[in-house]
Design a protein around this ligand. Structure first.
Ligand code: GDP
Length: 297
């Protein structure tokens, strides 16, 4: 279960706070030091933790809390509100163009992050909404990637546009746009190369696609289980190509939760969906408030 240890630690801190009745400034500071430790142990970005604890402290050491009848409860409420804010406050919807207009989504991410699986999951969601997605195989470096996309497309009953591995990704993407227009597809999801490491060629290729085709959403898939590495990957992709949102995969296996709590604050870009399992139905919309409730219990 995600966030298990963080949840448990925070709940202990809160139990102590609630049990105290009146709170002194020192009580609040001590409790927040424990919150800070718990967040750092959950692999939340150091700067994010610092800012978070400062914001909570500023509000919690105010008159309103200290003189309240249930000060412990009020501190918990502030932690909750600041945590929701940290993750972006509102749910960010992936906006789709109406009718037959084509929404173009470019999916990027490192190999193994769960990109291909996520594309299939998204395609299923769009299809269920009555949309007509087309998946585009632009990862020309691994023939297996093209096959995998085709297999996933078949599972979801969604067409896949592929031209093998001998064409430039930008040209495949251009041809796919024509294909989509001819065949009435109103969502095009471009699968791009997933390398083991971020490299310049990979970034240049993504930039080339972006410069030649009107892309509506650049979505990065990152593996939650890699913690702060996922956050660093997101920061780099955002700096180099500009992403519009993140899908955090494998949150079902992430016991710490650091990436989920850090990505928005570090990159300024929202988490759109979370991957909660290997099945093609295991993709959930991301709700900052529900996530905070899940963490805080
Ligand atoms: P890609 O190289 O980025 O295209 O990654 P894949 O889509 O091939 O996924 C790599 C592995 O991660 C596969 O075994 C997937 O089943 C698994 N995977 C993807 N998303 C999730 C998820 O949300 N939860 C879990 N538990 N596994 C996932």
């Amino acid at each position: 279960m995600a966030f298990e240890s963080l949840s448990e630690k925070l709940q202990n801190v809160f139990k102590n706070l609630r049990g105290k009745g009146k709170l002194s400034e020192a009580d609040v500071k001590l409790a927040l030091r424990e919150v800070k430790m718990a967040l750092l142990e959950a692999d939340v970005n150091f700067k994010v933790v610092k800012n978070f604890v400062n914001s909570v402290q500023e509000r919690a050491i105010g008159q309103e809390v200290m003189t309240s009848l249930t000060p412990g409860q009020m501190v918990v409420k502030i932690v909750n509100e600041e945590m929701v804010k940290l993750m972006g406050d509102e749910t960010t919807e992936l906006t789709l163009k109406p009718g037959s207009e084509i929404t173009v989504i470019m999916m990027c991410g490192l190999q193994g992050a769960g990109k291909t699986t996520t594309i299939a999951k998204l395609a299923g969601k769009f299809k269920a909404k009555g949309k007509k997605p087309l998946l585009v195989a632009c990862d020309i470096y691994r023939p297996a990637a093209v096959d995998q996309l085709q297999i996933n497309g078949e599972k979801q009953g969604v067409p896949v546009f592929a031209m093998g591995t001998n064409h430039k990704p930008v040209n495949i993407a251009k041809a796919a746009m024509e294909h989509a227009a001819k065949n009435g597809n109103n969502i095009v999801i471009i699968d791009t190369a997933g390398r083991l490491h971020i490299d310049e060629d990979m970034m240049d290729e993504l930039i080339e696609i972006k410069e030649n085709i009107h892309i509506d959403h650049v979505i990065l898939t990152v593996d939650a289980m890699t913690g702060q590495d996922a956050v660093n990957v997101a920061e780099t992709f955002n700096e180099k190509i500009g992403i519009t949102g993140v899908i955090l995969t494998k949150l079902d296996g992430d016991t710490r939760g650091g990436a989920a709590l850090s990505i928005r604050a570090v990159t300024g870009k929202p988490i759109l969906y979370i991957g909660m399992g290997e099945k093609l139905s295991d993709l959930e919309q991301f709700y900052p408030d529900r996530m905070a409730s899940r963490i805080l219990g």
